[in-house]
Design a protein around this ligand. Structure first.
Ligand code: FES
Length: 146
């Protein structure tokens, strides 16, 4: 291939590969917004937060990729019921962990403990964790952040 032909092919290739980006930038209907990643929304305001299989991990199902973080566990008193909390510690905002052996949400920063309902059982945190309604549909865990 001669140099002139080669340069022609490279030029055409560059224009074609840049075309989608150029057209997108020129679209007047497109607005520049920052969006928080969201999970698919099911009926009734529930959002998919993860697979049911994750509930069987000792630490429960933690999802921090939604508009609000959520930690879902099986209720220790009834494994058919779910407990969903916002894992943000009400003391200074660290993320609590679920300790199944202690049946408590424990904060790694200053060791506050919350019972399975999210109520504080050991300071320094004094306010409960926020709770949400959770359910299982098929092989997915859904939470209503209401
Ligand atoms: Fe959780 Fe301090 S941030 S106990």
């Amino acid at each position: 291939m001669k140099r002139r032909n080669f340069m022609g092919w490279v030029g055409v290739g560059g224009v074609v590969s840049a075309l989608p980006a150029v057209l997108s930038a020129c679209n007047p209907n497109q607005t520049a917004t920052t969006q928080t990643p969201t999970a698919p929304t099911a009926a009734g305001g529930f959002q998919v937060v993860g697979p049911v299989a994750a509930l069987d991990q000792p630490s429960g199902l933690l999802n921090k990729d939604l508009a609000q973080p959520v930690l879902v566990i099986r209720d220790p008193a009834n494994a058919n019921t779910l407990v969903a909390v916002n894992p943000t510690c009400t003391h200074e905002g660290c993320t609590v962990d679920w300790k199944s052996d202690a049946k408590a949400f424990v904060c790694p920063c200053h060791e506050a403990k919350f019972g399975e309902t999210g109520a504080p059982v050991q300071g320094p945190a004094k306010k409960p964790l926020s709770t949400y309604t959770a359910k299982i549909e098929g092989d997915q865990v859904l939470v209503n952040f209401g």
